[in-house]
Design a protein around this ligand. Structure first.
Ligand SMILES: *Cc1c(COP(=O)(O)O)cnc(C)c1O
Length: 428
């Protein structure tokens, strides 16, 4: 459920009519709902109930500082995958103690930054990373709290680009080698083992792969404890899917996920950490765009929007479906028309959707892409020198721009002419 509903025939974000935002911000823009973000965080928090737990929002899914601050205010921790995301979380006021650091390629600089600023744990993914972290920690006179990300070799049955838990993926350490790797960790004085980490993929629409992974994890915890390791925390990663097509997707609910965690892992007495991204942010955001032209082709009719693949890359990158809806609600019995919804970029891949039934639309009409909060704005680029798409946050009847559209002066001003091309410096 989200808070983007038609009121009086006009699509609103909570109490704010989208045409009002479009008039002041211009299109395209992303808009997020505070109430939806809050509700989704709360669902996870409640689902884990009396299990000791921390819900660490996956910053990579939607990393605007205003969004992070909204969630941190509810008690959320953060899962970061770079020094940049760590800086965002800290800028949002999240204490280092509530930040976990994931990712296969943490650099020495990122290790220094986070050890210095405070970190809950590093989710370590290789022996090479372990050696590097040990050396950095020792050089700073610190001990780095770690989990090892184990790869349980389960098939998450999701899109290949976001499946991470099979043995052929680059992530984590094969679960079959976990005991050996934990023994190595225990021998390194700059590291302190605090738990085990697992993350099997994203947009999972079935609980079965989670159940398989959690069973393997529970067995491993018993073995590791018998080997003498202090396993206090289990980081279960993120990955719960969301309904992108409101008509027919029915992914599992956080309540059912929570019940599964309790059933498979509750007896171990560990603190549970989860890293949901998409399920908190996905349906909390829309991308709103204007129609530039309605164009009739020989075989198909096109809606050419002022948003493009650089603003929302998921359809071209992951073959993702996003529901597209008109901002002005059509009369129930009004005629529908079949459109291919496309952007202006010179690539056939710049196609958002094919054959969508929409009311007749024309230049200047507004449309909204649903479920665009996660992996939307964060993956946007300035391809075609299209200014980075702005972001707006709604809170009840209020809204605010939380990332401005850059000016062309800013965009062009980042380029530099070398001396041999710079007419003003040629004589020097
Ligand atoms: C991407 C990622 C997440 C979040 O995944 P969602 O599908 O958005 O919930 C969590 N943990 C790790 C390690 C990730 O890479």
């Amino acid at each position: 459920m989200d808070h983007f509903l038609y009121r009086g025939g006009v699509l609103h974000a909570e109490g704010v009519a989208l045409p009002q935002i479009a008039a002041s911000v211009g299109t395209p823009f992303y808009v997020y709902s505070t109430a939806t973000l809050t509700r989704h965080y709360q669902l996870f928090h409640d689902a884990l109930g009396d299990l000791p737990h921390l819900v660490c929002f996956s910053v990579k899914s939607l990393s605007n500082i205003a969004v992070l601050k909204t969630l941190a205010g509810l008690g959320a921790g953060m899962d970061v995958v770079s020094g940049g995301e760590y800086r965002r979380a800290r800028a949002a006021g999240v204490p280092g103690d509530n930040i976990v650091f994931s990712g296969v390629g943490k650099t020495v600089e990122e290790m220094r930054l986070t050890l210095d600023g405070g970190i809950r744990q590093f989710n370590v993914e290789s022996e090479a990373e372990m050696a590097a972290l040990n050396a950095v920690a020792l050089s700073m006179g610190k001990v780095a709290p770690i989990t090892v990300r184990v790869n349980p070799d389960v098939d998450a049955k999701t899109h290949a680009k976001i499946a991470t838990g099979k043995k052929e993926n680059k992530f984590g350490i094969p679960i079959s080698r976990a005991r050996e790797v934990y023994a190595l960790a225990a021998s390194l004085p700059g590291l302190r083992v605090v738990g085990v980490d697992v993350h099997i993929g994203s947009q999972l629409t079935d609980l079965a792969p989670f159940a398989q992974a959690f069973e393997k994890l529970a067995e491993l915890v018993v073995q590791l404890r018998a080997d003498g390791h202090g396993i206090e925390r289990l980081d279960l990663g993120g990955g719960l899917g969301i309904p992108y097509a409101q008509s027919n997707d029915t992914p599992p609910l956080p309540q059912d996920y929570g019940a599964l965690v309790r059933e498979k892992l509750g007896h171990l007495g560990c603190e549970i950490e989860i890293e949901p991204g998409r399920l908190i942010s996905g349906n909390a955001g829309l991308l709103v765009a204007s129609v530039i032209y309605a164009k009739s082709g020989e075989e198909r009719d096109f809606l050419i929007l002022d948003a493009a693949m650089n603003d929302l890359v998921r359809p071209s990158m992951y073959d993702a479906h996003h529901d597209v809806v008109p901002v002005i609600e059509p009369a129930p019995a009004s005629e529908r028309h079949s459109y291919d919804v496309v952007g202006p970029v010179c690539e056939t891949g710049d196609t958002f959707a094919r054959g969508r039934a929409l009311p007749l639309l024309d230049a200047g009409d507004l449309v909204a892409f649903r479920s665009a909060g996660a992996y939307g704005a964060v993956m946007a680029s300035e391809y075609n020198t299209r200014p980075l798409v702005p972001e707006v946050l709604v809170h009840g009847d209020h809204y605010a721009v939380i990332r401005e559209r850059p000016s062309y002066e800013e965009i062009l001003g980042r380029d530099r002419l070398p001396a041999w091309l710079d007419d003003s410096r040629k004589d020097a």
